[in-house]
Design a protein around this ligand. Structure first.
Ligand code: HEC
Length: 260
């Protein structure tokens, strides 16, 4: 083998396509794409079951996404219970005292003076460890505090945890699918765009998780970016699978003198 300067050999090479791949490569790529596609469908099913119904209504909606990241800042669990299922245990006048205390930030001093006597009388019968019920313990300040915080959604800390795992994981999967997809025979602009799309989508998606914590309107970005990721992977996988098994080399005769 005589070593040539790369610049001399470059123009003669054409990019490899799926029809240039050996059967062994085709089997490898096909198996990988199948499992990756299956993993994506599983991820969607998991996403649906973990986000569905967060807002109290069945089905997955923008509100579910917004509430997961932004929280439901219109009130606390305690206030919604007092206006809802627990309304029967307290008179309106007393409820207003509790709401006022909650709005002032639920300080401990106010708890001892106003709230504790009221709750001891009306709620602690059921809401204490002694009752054996799996419901919030309202016999102490610590217990009440658990249901007295405004719901601000997923914490920044767990968002950072989930997003670094996603970024590493999805970047690798996108790389692997993209490495197979590069053998596809497509108009260059389309192939370049489709190669970049999953990376752009996952970046927008994860940025939007953080933005949604700040403003729930970005829940739409989360959904659109997630949809684009799915769409671009579906296209890459389906085009690759099709071309692996069904695209023959139409220009073979033109390149015959080319086997250097
Ligand atoms: C007769 C027993 C009983 C009494 C009295 C009672 N509760 Fe409850 N409470 C329950 C049960 C059972 C649940 C869980 C089922 C539910 O949420 O309806 C619950 C749930 C709650 C929850 C949690 C709701 C959630 O978001 O999961 C809060 C907060 C609450 N009660 C507050 C109160 C307050 C405040 C009082 C007193 C004014 C009170 N309860 C009196 C039985 C009681």
């Amino acid at each position: 083998m005589d070593q040539k300067h790369p610049a001399e050999t470059c123009p003669a090479t054409r990019p490899r396509r799926f029809y240039d791949c050996t059967l062994n490569e085709k089997l490898l790529y096909t198996s990988f794409l199948f499992l990756a596609g299956l993993a994506y469908i599983m991820a969607l099913a998991y996403l649906y079951t973990s986000f569905e119904g967060i807002d109290g209504k069945p089905g997955l909606s923008v509100e579910d996404i917004a509430e997961n990241y932004y929280g439901n800042r219109s009130g606390t669990r305690l206030e919604s219970a007092l206006r809802g299922s627990m309304a029967g245990y307290i008179e309106t006048k007393h409820r207003n005292h509790v709401v006022k205390w909650l709005k002032s930030g639920a300080p401990e001093e106010g708890y001892e003076r106003v709230i504790k006597p009221m709750f001891d009388e009306r709620c602690v019968l059921c809401h204490s460890a002694a009752s054996g019920l799996q419901i919030p313990d309202l016999s102490s300040y610590e217990g009440v505090k658990q249901v007295a915080n405004v719901d601000t959604g997923v914490s920044l800390h767990s968002l950072m945890k989930v997003s670094h795992i996603h970024l590493f994981g999805i970047a690798l999967v996108a790389l692997a699918i993209g490495l197979v997809f590069r053998f596809a025979l497509l108009p260059a602009w389309f192939q370049h765009m489709l190669t970049l799309l999953p990376f752009v989508a996952i970046f927008s998606d994860i940025s939007a998780w953080f933005l949604t914590k700040w403003d729930p309107v970005y829940a739409y970005t989360v959904i659109i970016a997630g949809g684009l990721l799915g769409l671009s992977w579906a296209l890459q996988i389906l085009i690759s699978l099709y071309q692996i098994w069904f695209l023959g080399c139409r220009v073979a005769s033109e390149n015959e003198g080319d086997n250097s």
